[in-house]
Design a protein around this ligand. Structure first.
Ligand SMILES: [Fe+2]
Length: 135
């Protein structure tokens, strides 16, 4: 699995949201380090909870921003955020069960989801903000 690091190509031209995305990626990097080091399951559980809590805060701020620029696809974007939140909640609960997901599997989901979401989905409101501002 490749390491996940911030790249300027992830920027959505909004400092607050870029900083939140950086924080989310750094939580994933800490998880990645933990998995590599064969870390304990309690720390993994703490990181998963931290990830859920921070993502909820971030989604709220991103949805407010999309509304503030009258982004037309805000509802479908919000749907993606809820589907993700439910999935992470499932991982968090499953982590405490007798047959937890493998940490590497959870990590892969998080890395894939965030990179695809930022690059393919968030970039669309960034483009909208840029083009509608120049109208
Ligand atoms: Fe988003």
């Amino acid at each position: 699995m490749d390491k996940l690091t911030w790249s300027d190509s992830y920027s959505v031209n909004n400092k607050v949201i870029d900083d939140e995305h950086r924080t989310l990626l750094s939580i994933i990097s800490r998880m990645e380090k933990l998995v590599e080091d064969g870390g304990d399951s309690l720390t993994m559980s703490t990181l998963l909870t931290e990830m859920s809590d921070y993502a909820i805060k971030h989604f709220r701020s991103e949805e407010q921003y999309m509304q503030s620029i009258s982004y037309p696809k805000v509802d479908e974007h919000r749907e993606l955020h809820s589907t993700y939140s439910i999935q992470v909640l499932k991982f968090t609960l499953n982590h405490l069960s007798e047959n937890p997901n493998r940490p590497a599997e959870v990590l892969e989901f998080l890395k894939d989801w965030w990179t695809a979401h930022i690059v393919d989905v968030d970039s669309d409101y960034a483009l909208y903000a840029r083009t509608s501002a120049s109208d």
